[in-house]
Design a protein around this ligand. Structure first.
Ligand SMILES: Nc1ncnc2c1ncn2[C@@H]1O[C@H](COP(=O)(O)OP(=O)(O)OP(=O)(O)O)[C@@H](O)[C@H]1O
Length: 368
């Protein structure tokens, strides 16, 4: 299995939770507030970034715990098991520690081991929010396929921060210094833009090959926030210095990109579609993306409260598609009924009050 022997220590309402004996489908079932999404969030910290809630690290540590948290899991790879771990120490609750086989490593490198995707109820607002949320969404999809994207995105962010800082100074910035920063910005920016563009092309291709899927079909387009070519971006940045100085921020570049989604057939912008249509398009994108994952790295797909909202036909289509994919899937729900189509192939985990117990189907208890 992609991930197994999962441990959560002082992670939100989980004091000490272990999940052992995972399956291709894993169902986390329990009442509202039991701690199901918290398990998904813990798993999402096995990727670079801030996890599926984008929470501050200090908020993640259990309120009644020692102040830090820990998440670890065994990952099955072609070259044997690898132990991934992450968390914070009580004395520095804002600093994330990442370990691979117990050796500390930068968080961006987690992407080299595991492809991770998720769909949560909070993402229902993706098409209504500002472009930043869609860029983050897009970047996560890219990252699952191209782990080097995390490094380029971090370089872009650093160069942007530095350029904006220089432009905000009361005196005229040193042009040679600006030249150097803009060269870095354009180098990383062109790589980020190209990767986003490749992803949208690949997703569009995958969606076109799956015309009879029962979810509303999205058309995807890349709206570039500036020139995508490195040399053209360097020129645009240099030309825009005076304007950007007045605005006190950089007004051109991939940090202003957007993902434009339209519902195919209707030709209606996603933001104007119904909530159900928007959700269906997100599911279609998520499933198309899962089909793009290569065999190089194990993959994980976290689907929070997705199944219960679908009618039986779409639920079965979702399960069929997931079954055909290669990602280990984690689904949450308040009851088992929506999962009847996959119960005999799933590991069922009962979640209650921050505890998780493996539930065995009647007659299938393991022998001690
Ligand atoms: N830092 C924290 N320390 C302790 N408990 C926390 C912390 N953060 C959140 N919680 C608790 O975790 C619980 C929510 O867990 P979670 O979001 O995983 O629920 P859920 O099972 O997914 O519920 P639902 O079905 O309503 O989505 C809440 O009771 C909340 O108070």
């Amino acid at each position: 299995m992609a991930l197994d022997r999962i441990l959560l220590g002082h992670f939100r309402n989980h004091r000490e939770t272990s999940l052992d004996g995972t399956a291709p489908f894993n169902l986390l079932v329990g009442q509202n507030g039991a701690g199901k999404t918290n398990v998904l969030e813990a798993l999402s910290f096995l990727a670079p970034g801030r996890g599926l809630r984008r929470a501050a690290l200090a908020d993640v540590a259990a309120q009644d715990g020692p102040g830090g948290f820990a998440v670890s899991a065994d990952l099955t790879t072609p070259s044997g098991p690898v132990r991934l771990g992450t968390g914070t120490a009580p004395e520095r609750p804002g600093r994330r520690i990442v370990q691979v086989n117990r050796a500390e490593t930068p968080a961006v490198r987690l992407g080299e081991w595991l492809s991770l995707g998720w769909l949560t109820p909070a993402m229902d607002r993706l098409f209504m929010e500002g472009a930043g949320a869609r860029r983050r969404f897009l970047d996560r999809l890219v990252l699952a396929i191209e782990p080097g994207h995390a490094r380029h995105a971090a370089q872009l962010e650093n160069a942007l921060r530095e350029r904006n800082r220089l432009l905000a100074e009361p005196f005229e910035p040193d042009p040679a210094w600006l030249d150097a920063i803009e060269a870095q910005l354009a180098e990383a920016g062109a790589a980020v833009a190209a990767a986003r563009h490749r992803l949208i092309e690949a997703l569009s291709g995958a969606l076109a090959q799956w015309p009879d899927q029962p979810f509303a079909r999205p058309d995807l387009a890349y709206a570039a926030g500036g020139p995508v070519d490195r040399a053209a971006l360097v020129a645009a940045l240099r030309e825009g210095r005076r304007r950007d100085r007045a605005a006190q921020r950089t007004l051109t570049g991939p940090h202003r990109d957007d993902l434009v989604v339209t519902m195919a057939g209707k030709q209606q912008r996603a933001a104007e579609c119904s909530t159900g249509e928007q959700k269906a398009m997100l599911i279609a994108i998520t499933l198309a993306h899962a089909g793009l994952l290569d065999d190089d790295r194990p993959a994980l797909l976290l689907l929070d409260e997705v199944a219960a909202h679908l009618d039986p036909l779409r639920r079965e289509a979702l399960f069929d598609r997931l079954r055909a994919g290669r990602a280990q899937v984690w689904l949450t729900g308040t009851e088992l009924a929506p999962f009847s189509g996959i119960l005999d192939e799933a590991a069922v985990w009962r979640v209650s009050g921050g505890h998780v117990e493996r539930a065995w189907p009647a007659g299938a208890q393991p022998r001690e």
